[in-house]
Design a protein around this ligand. Sequence first.
Ligand code: CO
Length: 155
Amino acid sequence: MALRNIVLENDGILRKKAREVSEINDKICMILDDMLETMIEKNGVGIAAPQVGILKRMFIVKVEDQLIELINPEIIEIEGIQLEEEGCLSIPGFYGTVERPAYIKIRGLNRNGEEVTYEGTDILAIVLNHEYDHLDGILFTDKASNVREISQDDR
Ligand code: CO
């Protein structure tokens, strides 16, 4: 495994629509391993492939010890709304309040090519929706109100 550089907000790659993964091979698994290592190193709770410069539809979420890897995810159900503050590894130091679904059901493939379905509420729903947005070139700042910079010391 290796750490990868996180692509920052000003890089146009984050604005592109990522492409479906056509074949889950060793290279895809290696990218997922690197994404996980990079996310953990940065204390993130989610990371999408475009954030390491790979325009493929896959992301990783880790919330409260639940690790989710999804390839070619599809949101199949959303319900309700919640308003919480969030940030993004690609926009370090900035936070804003975003309206997200209160409940989300999402389906995709795991690294073995098996179809998997996850349901999330609270922070898990937020992170799943946030990472999914990255695959369509959407950043939280597009949806957020009151985006502001908060130094680490204030949090
Ligand atoms: Co993000």
